[in-house]
Design a binder for this molecule. Structure first.
Ligand code: DC
Length: 445
């Protein structure tokens, strides 16, 4: 899965420098979408179509070919096999670009190319409509702004670094305001803040502070932490399967382990396994007999700090770190994407191991997660682990352990509660009732 960070805002709001530095800090690829509009405008001028009617420009689009590649952490391109370099920042391009960018077909043409860039990995994309139109599904959206005086000062300083075009500060400001007006007023994809975007006012902030703010928001998001933990820190399918077979043999030999209802566990597609929780033996009792697919678990991140081996093993087998101090819901939200992407996640809705062998009440949070994930939920009941190794026990007893899997609770079952303000609690209770119904002794509640 690739992350997109959308950074939108008016000219000279600090977007470019900030986006470049954010990409650098996070190891993402930087995309300057304005540069693509500029390059196209440059090509149009080159092909003697400056000031031409929009129809003529649209007719010309199929003859323009852009080729993209990554260099030093940023997307670079050639347009009709030529690298236009700094010519895309010239006055001539500057004067034409807003008119070109206002043509709906041009926007669709650029949008299509921007979306194709996800093949290069995680992206920080800067522009005007990235969070609203190009990547409305972006995981993170920011809107940078600054007052016009400050933006004009910044643009003037930038221009001074570019040899060739001479503009005085007033001209720079006028050109900037003209472009703002064009970007705001155009009918297709005008400059706008995306719903849910985080607005950062940069007038009195140093670039480093804006970058630090964005990087910290992204890094501390549970969704980002969890996905990166899986991708980077060495999830190892071999370690998972080796551990699974090892524990399966242990359960067979020591606990006469058996499972019932495995046919209810989907062979593919996103789903959530939910089980009662009585013992540290539960995670292995739930997953060891599921041969054909990987089961992800959540664990307190303190587990990862116990020893270097423990950290390596927990990550290798695909355990996802959860920071319990930040609140369960926030931590759990990060896992929604994991199941939406087709993975199986095992949760213990009760949160902690039972003290008396009975099922414990559950919080609404689990219902919220199930509703948001929109995938089947498979109830599982593990019996015998409380007798074998309860809380506070020092030794494991060789008691029989059996895991029962039940028919999935489907998104349609949960939809019955739609519109009910208590629906998350009701979904959580429904799931627990399905777990309880699997207890052959019928005495778990
Ligand atoms: O960010 P910039 O100044 O390089 O952008 C150049 C032009 O392209 C500017 O007039 C706005 C336009 N643009 C746009 O319409 N949509 C984007 N996503 C990026 C830039």
């Amino acid at each position: 899965m690739h992350f997109i960070i959308a950074i939108d805002g008016p000219s000279a709001s600090g977007k470019s420098t900030v986006s470049r530095k954010v990409a650098e800090s996070l190891g993402y690829v930087h995309v300057d979408s304005g540069a693509i509009y500029r390059a196209l405008t440059w090509q149009i001028i080159r092909d003697s179509l400056a000031g031409a009617l929009p129809e003529a420009i649209v007719r010309h689009l199929p003859s323009v070919v852009m080729r993209f590649f990554v260099e030093e952490g940023a997307i670079r391109f050639a347009i009709n096999d030529v690298d236009p370099g700094t010519a895309i920042r010239s006055l001539a391009v500057q004067e034409q670009v807003s008119a070109v960018a206002a043509i709906p077909e041009v926007r669709a043409w650029v949008g299509e190319r921007l979306r194709s860039l996800t093949t290069f990995g995680d992206l920080v994309v800067e522009g005007r409509d990235i969070g609203t139109v190009v990547f409305p599904e972006a995981a993170f959206k920011f809107y940078l702004d600054a007052d016009p005086e400050e933006r004009a000062r910044r643009r003037y300083r930038e221009q001074q670094d570019l040899a060739g075009d001479e503009m005085n500060p007033d001209e720079v400001k006028r050109a900037l305001l003209r472009r703002d007006a064009c970007d705001l007023a155009r009918s297709t994809a005008p400059l706008a803040m995306a719903p849910g975007a985080c607005r950062i006012e940069t007038t009195h902030l140093a670039i480093e502070d804006v970058v630090a703010q964005i990087v910290s928001i992204v890094r501390s998001s549970p969704q980002h932490r969890i996905t990166k933990a899986i991708e980077r820190d060495g999830f190892n399918p071999f370690a998972y399967h080796f551990s699974r077979v090892f524990f399966l043999c242990y359960l067979w030999v020591f606990h006469r382990y058996a499972t019932h209802g495995l046919e209810h566990v989907p062979r593919e597609g996103g789903c959530i396994l939910v089980s009662n929780h009585a013992s540290f033996l539960d995670p292995i009792a739930v997953c060891c007999d599921i041969w054909n697919r990987h089961v992800y678990f959540l664990a307190r991140d303190t587990l990862f700090k116990q020893s270097r081996f423990m950290k390596w093993w927990a990550i290798a087998v695909g355990t996802l770190p959860i920071d319990r101090t930040k609140g369960d819901i926030r931590a759990l939200k990060g896992t929604i994407n994991l199941v939406r992407q087709g993975n199986m996640l095992c949760l213990f809705p009760e949160g902690t191991r039972t003290r008396n062998g009975r099922l414990q009440p559950v919080k609404a949070g689990i219902g919220f997660l199930i509703e948001k994930a929109g995938v089947p939920v498979i109830p599982a009941y593990v019996s015998g682990t409380f007798e074998a190794f309860p809380r506070d026990a020092r030794w494991i007893k060789p008691r029989k352990i059996t895991t029962y899997f039940g028919k999935p609770v489907t998104p349609a079952d949960c939809a019955v509660f739609k519109g009910d303000p208590e629906r998350h609690q009701k979904i959580a209770d429904l799931v627990m009732a399905r777990i309880a119904a699997l207890d052959p002794a019928g005495i778990s509640i």
